[in-house]
Design a protein around this ligand. Sequence first.
Ligand code: AMP
Length: 193
Amino acid sequence: MSRFVVLFGPPGCGKGTQAARLKDALGVPHISTGDMFRDHKARRTELGQRVEAILAAGQLVPDGVTNDMVRERLGRDDARKGALLDGYPRNTDQAEVLDGILRDLGRAVDDVVVIEVPRKELIDRLVKRGKDSGRADDQDPKVIENRLEVYRAQSEPCIGYYERTGKRLHRIAGVGAVDEVTGRILGALGVKG
Ligand code: AMP
């Protein structure tokens, strides 16, 4: 059951955790722009050095750089049948570019999954992840606040964009056990776990 699914929601809602489980059930690669940027940072590539301070501050990497990286990734063979996009798009300009990239490939966004988690729980989870993983942008409460604000102001409007453009939009409660959330998403997508 191959398709292009956008996994959407605020920092800490569980997109990465869920994507790792969903990719096998869907049979498509997991494409996380955050993971790709962190990988560049770890390898000290030119791009990694360019984005390091932006990631640490919890700001968005400029659209041009981000869109080019996603276009290249979606052009690879393993993404021909579909992909699970995690952390992209993050604003409506990116959402429009993604539509264009997929149109050029003769495809389209098939489903948008919005994972909803109360703000208080998001903050608790991000602080915990910061302690467990050492992830740079989870360390400082101010950076966490900033990422939630960036989400509200810049990313959340993508939901309206997808409603207006008539995509199948699934709002999923992202609270409770990880397995339960996975089950809700697979149920909404009509896929057996
Ligand atoms: P994430 O792992 O999805 O929370 O992303 C970590 C960081 O990578 C974000 O705070 C941004 O700095 C950057 N990033 C990830 N995806 C995007 C995107 N689609 N557009 C711009 N910046 C992004």
